[in-house]
Design a protein around this ligand. Structure first.
Ligand SMILES: [Zn+2]
Length: 246
């Protein structure tokens, strides 16, 4: 009996050593690409603050998880490279963190979590267009992204044909994240959506893209740039990650 226990334990320990769970945390934008901006702050800084706080919680509490960051400082990282980092690390999960904005002078409030897919609403296409347009800051983006024009609606037809084997896991995680934003951080829940994000298309594991809130809503922007806000949002994503991993 004892012998069998030891064998089981050894096998369990070996499986943990052989296959650590790898989580990639992607703070959107950075360096020359500020992302969405308002008088109160810049998207790139909010994304990084939440990404680092979330990663720290995982590192402190989940010893079996290896955390890989696409950036830990204010640097520009190309969109394809963010996905490549996850693919090279053979990541189990990819979480991309962003902050929303609209063309209106004052935006709405609320959080959204996206998985890869075809937009069904014009608002979702607008978010994907804005997030994908960062590739125009890269050299040779037309060749690199095979002629994809982030601002042309026609380019998004490719996302209609996507059969994503990770869809179910991604949607599960997205729903958990939205629930936590609502219950742990008390945010307005604007739901789980699908849209054509290049960074999610190029990753080969379950993946979500979070929009933490609207930077062009003054009260939300104040929250997003506060320590309390950053910590509550990070804790929400952490709680959802732990529930998902179980
Ligand atoms: Zn963004």
């Amino acid at each position: 009996m004892m012998k069998r226990y030891i064998v089981c334990f050894a096998m369990f320990a070996f499986s943990l050593m052989a296959m650590p769970y790898t989580l990639v945390i992607d703070a959107g934008h950075g360096g020359k690409d500020p992302g969405a901006i308002s008088k109160i702050g810049k998207e790139k800084n909010i994304n990084l603050a939440v990404a680092l706080a979330f990663g720290k919680l995982v590192e402190q509490n989940c010893k079996d998880v290896k955390v890989v960051y696409t950036r830990k400082t204010d640097v520009f990282v190309e969109l394809n490279e963010r996905a490549n980092i996850a693919n090279r690390a053979k990541a189990d999960l990819f979480i991309s963190i962003h902050t929303n904005s609209t063309a209106a002078k004052v935006g709405p409030r609320g959080t959204e979590t996206y998985t890869l897919g075809m937009h069904r609403a014009a608002e979702n296409l607008a978010v994907a267009k804005r997030e994908n347009s960062v590739i125009t800051l890269e050299n040779d983006y037309k060749q690199k992204y095979e002629g994809f024009d982030p601002n042309s609606s026609e380019s998004y037809i490719i996302f209609e044909l996507i059969q994503d084997k990770n869809m179910e896991s991604s949607v599960n995680l997205a729903a958990l994240i939205q629930k936590q934003f609502r219950t742990t951080a008390g945010r307005v829940d604007k739901g789980v959506h699908q849209a054509g994000f290049l960074v999610l298309r190029a990753t080969s594991m379950p993946s979500v893209l979070i929009e933490l809130g609207y930077i062009n809503n003054p009260s939300e922007a104040s929250y997003l740039t506060s320590t309390a806000g950053v910590n509550a949002l990070a804790k929400s994503i952490y709680n959802a990650f732990v529930a998902y991993k179980k």
